[in-house]
Design a protein around this ligand. Structure first.
Ligand code: NAP
Length: 280
């Protein structure tokens, strides 16, 4: 095993598909003990053959998060790495997305992640070491058209992780962010469905349906990076003795952040309108 050459006890969320599934597989193949969590446990059955322990967990449910962490601690007596990867995109115009859906977006992408950190930190502090790896996004750096609440959630993950990193330094706990660009997973279809559903019968419908269609097309093509590419970056963050603070990885991730930094705000807005063929 690279770098740390040590088997680690790892709790990973969002492991039923996409980036999380590939990460669970790779980490298990490298000899780590992986506890893989998600709601759709049936999708994780193939991971059992690799020695992965599957946990049913909804990151909006306090009891299920507590039970998941307690299971790891009861079986292993320690936890070396928490990988907060569960997340989805609720796309839609700010005017249209209900406060309930907006809250749920933050509940999954931000508060679930934050609560799991709180649940593992006392143990990691006692151990005098530990690592928390949060899946952020380039959407936590650059705002996308109709991405409003998803962007809010991922900008929050960035700020939360920066704050936690400072606080955890004295305790020997590393905090790392993974910032994927476009990755070919279910994510694009879920975001497209939410965008279409939230815009129905509103002045945004035509533009939203066009963007939803484009999202589905892009996420069907092989243009996007494969989830395994992000999984490899997460493995590097797990195995490295001194991990980087940020791992930016995947299609257009560097370019998006660079152009968002370079362009005046209204030029970025215009670029987004042009890219998504927005006609409103
Ligand atoms: N794909 C991209 O282009 C991209 C780019 C940047 C960042 N990301 C981020 O990468 C992470 C992984 O996404 P992905 O692309 O691999 O998408 P994905 O294939 O849709 O996987 C999302 C995972 O999150 C889990 N999840 C969703 N809601 C949950 C909840 N309430 N409780 C527990 N688990 C939940 C899902 O499991 P269940 O439904 O079984 O619970 C699933 O395992 C997300 O945080 C996403 O925002 C993705």
């Amino acid at each position: 095993m690279n770098n740390t050459k040590q088997k680690q006890i790892i709790l990973l969320t969002g492991a039923s598909s996409g980036i999380g599934y590939d990460t669970a597989r790779m980490l298990a193949e490298q000899g780590h003990k992986v506890y893989a969590a998600a709601r759709r446990t049936e999708l994780m059955t193939p991971l059992l053959d690799l020695g992965v322990t599957v946990i049913k967990m909804d990151v909006t449910d306090e009891v299920s998060m507590q039970e998941g962490v307690n299971l790891v601690l009861k079986k292993e007596g320690r936890i070396d790495t928490l990988i907060n990867n569960a997340g989805y995109g609720y796309f839609g115009a700010i005017e249209n997305v209900t406060m309930g859906e907006a809250r749920r977006q933050l509940e999954v992408n931000v508060f679930g992640l934050a609560r799991l950190c709180q649940l593992v930190l006392p143990t990691m502090r006692k151990q005098g070491k530990g690592r928390i790896i949060n899946t952020a996004s380039v959407a936590g750096k650059a705002v996308l058209y109709f991405g409003g609440w998803y962007n809010v959630s991922k900008f929050s993950v960035e700020a939360f992780s920066d704050a936690l990193r400072m606080e955890m330094k004295p305790f020997g706990i590393d905090v790392v962010m993974i910032e994927p660009g476009g990755i070919k997973t279910e994510w694009g279809f879920i975001a497209a469905d939410h965008l279409a559903e939230s815009s129905k019968g509103t002045p945004y419908e035509e533009a939203a349906l066009r963007e939803a269609e484009m999202l589905r097309e892009v996420y069907s093509m092989n243009l996007l990076s494969k989830p395994a590419m992000v999984a490899k970056a997460i493995c590097r963050a797990v195995n490295s003795r001194r991990p980087k603070v940020r791992y930016r990885v995947g299609m257009a991730s560097g370019a998006m952040v660079f152009f968002h930094w370079l362009l005046p705000a209204r030029w970025w807005d215009a670029l987004m309108r042009w890219y998504w063929k927005i006609k409103i």
